[in-house]
Design a protein around this ligand. Structure first.
Ligand code: NDP
Length: 529
């Protein structure tokens, strides 16, 4: 039987299930063509002076401001994100990245002189030159379909690279919008290429000899990507999933902590890599009050139309995501968890949402307790509006449980006692620790983003992210042309004595040995040529 391949991606509004558009898929053969065209564009783009590249990034920034309503509206329609989050979480990071680059890139990418420790290397100059790597592939998820790829594209472009982006098949229109914006900002053809497609097209891109691949997505796909890039030894950064823990100490102020945790758990309907997905509440006189306030605030969240300014929580992206939450909550429920609020599929209940045409994948924000680490909801990434809570007897127990995870993206600690919180931060196995807040640092360009354990490899954003996008070339200049170096031929015993006495002089800790070494060094130095 002949296999039929779909040629178009359907962009679906997850709130209404309306088909927004059908986007033609890039054909497999065209992915290689995109790489070849990008390599040609790279030659010109990388040869432009940095100030000229930055001036185009400034134009892009202005365009983002001019078109912010159009961009935010599209993101909310295609991803189901509340409109306020489409402005704040999707646009602030890219705008900050443009500003950060225009203020800092000149200094960060300028040659850096190094002063070496070893005096035997006198007469040499050493410096680092930061060169673009070439064509950077970016494969991005649907949950922050604009900010995640755009922040990295901007960094890559400033460093002189060209980019090929493969956005998620679930948000293809946002992907096309990104291409359109770079084109409108005056970037030449093929400096930023967007290919539309599904996972197969992502695989096709990863299999090419890219100069770097930045992948953001799930652990399962990240593992596949590692295998795909292996034959070309393509340098790869993996920004993968999380199961982020919040540890609330007994002294945490009730109202502020409850508000912040409810936001950290339910922003973007919990579909953020660093959402709070596990809450460990250290038993104390306030713990009941805090839990009650969390339940109260969660029950008050306005679930609804993402385009309304007052909506707090939108739908899940699709039926797979929805089914995963239903399964985790049902499994926890049948294993003895207590559902304190939520736990229901709003659309299936024929609620008021349905009457408004909101027939999409709505799930009521849910808080559970009596959970344990044998349950999927405490082990697997949920990526949905659920917050499981464990009340524990001590800080040590909370830390042990927080670290009992294959993930290590971020964690948060909530307390008035900042010095105790900072000590706990040192004991958590994650890439980022928040004290009295969560999540927000993804949008702060200065701060590195990335995880340990199965949450990934490498860091994006910040100076460290910029370094991942350049070849750090070490240039060594010997200006002592009158001088023959010790390590050159011929080898002989006087040279060996200079080497050994030199070791003693440079690295020896015993003063008594140093005098002999000095005499040996001088005696053999002129014989060692
Ligand atoms: P997926 O892993 O399903 O997909 C991520 C991207 O990879 C998509 O563009 C996808 O395309 C593409 N893809 C799928 N299969 C392959 C393949 N074999 N080779 C190459 N690319 C492929 O993740 P989601 O899109 O569902 O995103 C959610 C996940 O991303 C969560 O686990 C979340 O924690 C993580 N994430 C991590 C972040 C971080 O910074 N650490 C930030 C945001 C999300 P398509 O969608 O078309 O199938």
């Amino acid at each position: 039987m002949a296999t039929t391949f779909s040629t178009h991606l359907k962009s679906i509004n997850p709130a209404t299930l309306e088909v927004l558009a059908e986007v033609p898929m890039t054909q497999k053969a065209a992915v290689l063509e995109a790489l070849e065209a990008s390599r040609i564009a790279f030659k010109k783009w990388s040869s432009l002076p940095l100030w000229l590249r930055l001036s185009k990034i400034e134009k892009f920034s202005q365009l983002l401001l001019d078109k912010k309503d159009e961009i935010a509206n599209l993101i909310s329609r295609e991803s189901g994100k509340p409109i306020l989050e489409s402005y704040l979480a999707e646009l602030s990071g890219p705008l900050d990245t443009c500003d950060w680059l225009s203020k800092k890139a000149q200094k960060l990418l300028a040659n850096k002189r190094l002063h070496l420790n070893n005096p035997l290397l006198f007469g040499k100059t050493h410096y680092l030159q930061f060169e673009p790597v070439g064509v950077v592939g970016i494969i991005s998820p649907w949950n922050y379909p604009f900010s995640i790829p755009v922040m990295t594209i901007l960094m890559a472009l400033a460093a002189g690279n060209t980019v090929i982006l493969k956005p998620s098949e679930k948000t293809p229109l946002v992907g096309l919008k990104i291409a359109e914006l770079f084109q409108q900002a005056g970037f030449s053809e093929n400096v930023v290429t967007v290919i539309s497609g599904d996972g197969e097209i992502g695989k096709e891109l990863s299999a090419l000899p890219l100069d770097r691949l930045i992948f953001t997505g799930s652990v399962a796909t990240g593992e596949k990507v590692l295998n795909t890039v292996a034959p070309n030894i393509t340098p790869v950064s993996l920004e993968l999933g999380g199961k982020d823990a919040a540890i609330v100490l007994a002294d945490a102020p009730v109202e502020r902590t409850a508000r912040a945790i409810v936001w950290g758990a339910f922003t973007n309907a919990g579909q953020a890599c660093a959402s709070i997905e596990r809450l460990y509440l250290v038993r104390g006189k306030n713990s009941d009050a805090l839990l009650n306030r969390i339940i109260e605030l969660t029950s008050q969240l306005k679930v609804g139309n993402p385009l309304l300014e007052t909506t707090d929580v939108g739908p899940l992206i699709d039926v797979q995501q929805f089914d995963r939450i239903v399964e985790q909550v049902e499994q926890a429920d049948s294993a003895g968890a207590e559902i304190l609020c939520g736990g229901e599929n709003l659309a299936h209940l024929g609620s008021a949402l349905k009457e408004k045409g909101l027939t999409g994948y709505y799930y009521q924000p849910t808080v559970l307790t009596n959970v344990n680490h044998n349950m999927k909801i405490m082990q697997e990434e949920s990526f949905g509006p659920v917050l499981p809570v464990m009340v524990v007897d001590s800080v040590d127990e909370a830390i042990k449980l927080a670290n009992d995870s294959i993930y290590g993206l971020s964690a948060s600690i909530w307390s008035k006692n900042l010095s105790q919180a900072e000590k706990i931060a040192g004991r958590l196995e994650v890439g980022t620790v928040f004290i009295n807040d969560s999540l927000y640092s993804h949008a702060a360009t200065d701060l590195p983003w990335g995880g340990i354990k199965k949450s990934g490899i490498g860091r994006s954003h910040s100076y460290f992210g910029l370094l991942d996008l350049v070849n750090v070339k070490n240039i060594n200049v010997d200006s002592a042309l009158w001088f023959s170096r010790l390590w050159w031929y011929p080898y002989h015993s006087a040279k060996l004595k200079v080497i050994c006495s030199g070791f003693e002089l440079l690295y020896g800790k015993k003063i008594s040995n140093k005098m002999g070494a000095f005499l040996d060094f001088i005696a053999n130095l002129f014989r060692s040529k």
